[in-house]
Design a protein around this ligand. Sequence first.
Ligand SMILES: NC(=O)c1ccc[n+]([C@@H]2O[C@H](COP(=O)([O-])OP(=O)(O)OC[C@H]3O[C@@H](n4cnc5c(N)ncnc54)[C@H](OP(=O)(O)O)[C@@H]3O)[C@@H](O)[C@H]2O)c1
Length: 311
Amino acid sequence: MGSTLDAAALSDFSSDHSFTFSASSGSFRGGAWNSLSQCGARLASPDGETAARDTSRTTLQTPSEPGERMACQEQVVHCISGGLILAGVLFLLRQLRFQMPYGRYAGSSKRWLVPARVAWFLQELPSFLVPVLLLLSTHQPSILGKYLLLCTFCLHYFHRTFIYSLFTKSRPSPLKIMISAFAFCSFNGFCQGHYLLHCAEYTEAWLRDIRLVTGLILFFLGMAINIHSDYILRCLREPGDFTYKIPRGGLFDYISGANFFGEIMEWFGYAIATWSMPAFSFAFFTTCLIGPRAYHHHRWGCAFNSSAMKK
Ligand SMILES: NC(=O)c1ccc[n+]([C@@H]2O[C@H](COP(=O)([O-])OP(=O)(O)OC[C@H]3O[C@@H](n4cnc5c(N)ncnc54)[C@H](OP(=O)(O)O)[C@@H]3O)[C@@H](O)[C@H]2O)c1
């Protein structure tokens, strides 16, 4: 092939190796990466441009060269995404009868409780730290994938880990909830980060794609609703007070679970902006996890109102 590669040759080569990208859809690839790795070759196209445009990016590297981009584990990512959807359905079914045992549903046991600020900080930290560490250890990430990851996923978890946890006035959290949330956040942080940095490949056309624009609008709108609603809830309490009142203002005037509504909107926005299976499965899982919680809160609020009217 020599040191230069013309566009036609590359196009033949890429179709032979299922190297798929489309200018209109900003698609991704992974199969190609694996095929190339198996051939002992790497096609360096880190910024999503077609390598045909810049032949200097077409290089041959040995698979173990230090600092190279981690190979996309496409099969694993798809299995995990399927697993997340299945887990979401199971959570949904379980929550038809049982509430997630934290906050007002934690029960009266005082054993194995962790202060809420510590619990929220520790359990959410991996969702921020794991993608950031992946990003720092990846020398040739997908450039648009990198910015999408930083502007959406990491931004959300930066707020949740360093701001929400600092100000929360929640009652102490059960240790087992904290541990399971920590495990989930580590796993999901890796899955989302790995996919956006090592598997997804967006062309420049994706910057003008309606899915990216709509997805980002939904994400930031959802984030604003979520943060504002959590702020309203926080203002209902003085420090050390764990009583419940009916929240008023913002979207709480229309929906009882306004903070959950914002969070669900955020993750569907993220899924649309990235147009990726792991992001869709995470949005689905979130809906199955906090959707029923919103419903239980609503029922609790109705019962609270009717008992207040009787008094
Ligand atoms: N992505 C995900 O999978 C996921 C999963 C879970 C949570 N989250 C997000 O994490 C945040 C917190 O979740 P959460 O389940 O703790 O939400 P939540 O049950 O609505 O509670 C949020 C905070 O407000 C307090 N609170 C709730 N209702 C209140 C009322 N009527 N009067 C006074 N205080 C009240 C809670 O105190 P208590 O804790 O003492 O009840 C807690 O401090 C939300 O933004 C949620 O969207 C995301």
